[in-house]
Design a protein. Sequence first.
Length: 370
Amino acid sequence: MVVQPLRRTELANDPFPSAILDSLSEAVIVVDGEGLVHYANLAAEQFFGAGRTRLMGHPLAEFIPRDSPLFSLLEQVLASGGAVAESGVTLASPRIGNHFCALRLAPIVERDGLVSISLVEQSIARNIDRQMSHRNAARSVSALAAMLAHEVKNPLSGIRGAAQLLEQSLPDSERELTGLICEETDRIVALVDRMEAFADGRPIDRGPVNIHQVLNHVRRLSETGFGKGVRFVETYDPSLPDVFGDRDQLIQVFLNLVKNACEAPGEGEREIEMSTAYRHGLRLAVPGQQARVNLPLVVSIRDNGRGVSDEIRGHLFDAFVTNKPTGTGLGLALVAKIINDHGGAIEYDSEPGRTVFRVMLPLQPSQAAR
């Protein structure tokens, strides 16, 4: 059966339907029974990382493997003539990356043999609840840090002072115990000092920040320290506007994420990809604000380690949760607090050989208004 192509001009020359399709945050494409793309909206360009002229007239199999569940659903629609929907589908290829999606396919009634496909990213929606737990964890750690700073450090000083006084009157053979008391007391004080960063409730000093300068600074620090021998890959969007944030705190966020990526257990050559992108239509509900906040600036840190272990996957941003033998479990909790203070969001996807942390940040107010 010969399918009459859906000509680009039929939508482009009529501004109303074209504007409707392009305003959708979900990717929409139209294909025929052979998988040839006849139409793609603006979100589809971003989803597939290609312009409409590159998509239209080309087989969908150039972007998604033939053994993908998407093609099985397409065959089902063409055979039954009815619509189908499926959630939790992973679409992955070297060309488009890894997408966790909900798919909806429906035949176009007036054009026999054509099927519309909508692809809705679920990675953000899947992690909204996780975002709330991240924020709650950060607030809990802040309260705990304030309590520790006031109620624990003073008694520790007294314990250490008493141990030092005892040490003066003890023979050398018994001073090892008082030295142990002092050493462990100092270790607890150092831990409390680290936690005091959570108790700082002052508003952050925010302004325009070039995120690429931040990432370059983080990379240089990493290469001269814990990242020696790690291959760094930079995939930046050069047109990305400024982030609205605090430069020093953002350096701390990405330094923690890169350090974790460098120290993640793995085999073979270690590689870390630092990437930036502008994601249209990404709006999230942030606690303390009535309207949804636009968070289009996305910074991703990817490593090729073994991935996050199952036992800590659901509590990764909680304080004192770590699988490092010498870790304190405060690094990611502090990251969650700083991103929360910036009005942003953080999520992650992890599987063996590929773990990605994505930080979503707001624009400068003047740029967001435009």
